[in-house]
Design a protein around this ligand. Structure first.
Ligand SMILES: Nc1ncnc2c1ncn2[C@@H]1O[C@H](COP(=O)(O)OP(=O)(O)O)[C@@H](O)[C@H]1O
Ligand SMILES: [Mg+2]
Length: 233
């Protein structure tokens, strides 16, 4: 599956299927095809980004860095994402499309599908490491096979603490052994492949965040009650 996604996303012929109307930046569903095979991806060109005061242009790099972080941890929380330079509107991220029930999001999963809870807690930890400033309910998807995914990581990896998320139900919970062991190496070094997508201060900041998480051993609690994205879904 991985090899197929890689080939199609990286080398597949790109055709724009349509623009995603509810996206804040310009995001497109594209069909990527190679030979007999084809699939869908979400393409976010840099050219379609709205300027932000707190993030440099090139949010697609953060989308890729979040995927690499999920890969590095072995958590498989972010759909395959790579940077495509030759797509119709220029350089941008191309992320495997997760086919699922569009009525589902974090709140419905938390309330109605308890078997997703351990993955949702893992996603909360992932967001702390990535410093996700925009974990809306709709940025949590469930595929037709029941797997849970996090999407929209354009506002991750700031060197300033900017965590904004809807996933607070697990705050204060002790972290289990496997995730703690998985994150431990990040306290010492951030993989070069991730670091080179970020500026120097951003590239070392995950180490500090992980060191803090390891000291605490629990998922952070929002004492301000303000660390929510808007809108929530
Ligand atoms: N990989 C994906 N698979 C399926 N749907 C996606 C994927 N990425 C984005 N979407 C859909 O497109 C919408 C907009 O994408 P998002 O990443 O939130 O863009 P923006 O950066 O503009 O906010 C999402 O709310 C979701 O419904
Ligand atoms: Mg979004």
């Amino acid at each position: 599956m991985r090899a197929r996604e890689l080939t199609l996303l990286l080398e597949g012929n790109v055709e724009v299927v349509g623009r995603i109307v509810r996206s804040s930046n310009a995001a497109f569903v594209i069909e990527v095809s190679a030979g007999e095979d084809s699939g869908w991806a979400v393409y976010k060109p840099e050219a379609g980004e709205k300027p932000l005061f707190d993030f440099e242009p090139g949010l697609y790099r953060r989308e890729r860095a979040a995927f690499l972080l999920s890969e590095h941890l072995g958590w498989d929380l972010v759909p395959f994402t790579l940077i495509r330079e030759d797509a119709p509107l220029g350089i941008g991220s191309s992320q495997w499309f997760i086919d699922g029930d569009v009525r589902e999001h974090y709140f419905t999963l938390y309330d109605e599908v308890p078997e997703t809870h351990s993955t949702l807690a893992q996603l909360a930890l992932f967001d702390c490491i990535a410093n996700n400033a925009d974990r809306k309910g709709g940025h949590v998807l469930r595929g037709l096979d029941g797997r849970v995914w996090g999407i929209d990581h354009g506002l991750c990896f700031s060197s300033d603490f900017k965590l904004r998320t809807v996933i607070w139900e697990f705050a204060g919970d002790p972290m289990a052994k496997p995730p703690l062991e998985d994150i431990a190496s990040l306290a010492d070094s951030v993989p070069a492949e991730i670091a080179e997508l970020l500026d120097p201060a951003e590239a070392t900041a995950p180490r500090r965040r992980v060191q803090h998480l390891l000291r605490e051993g629990t998922l952070p609690v929002d004492r301000t009650g303000m660390r929510f994205p808007w809108p929530l879904v």
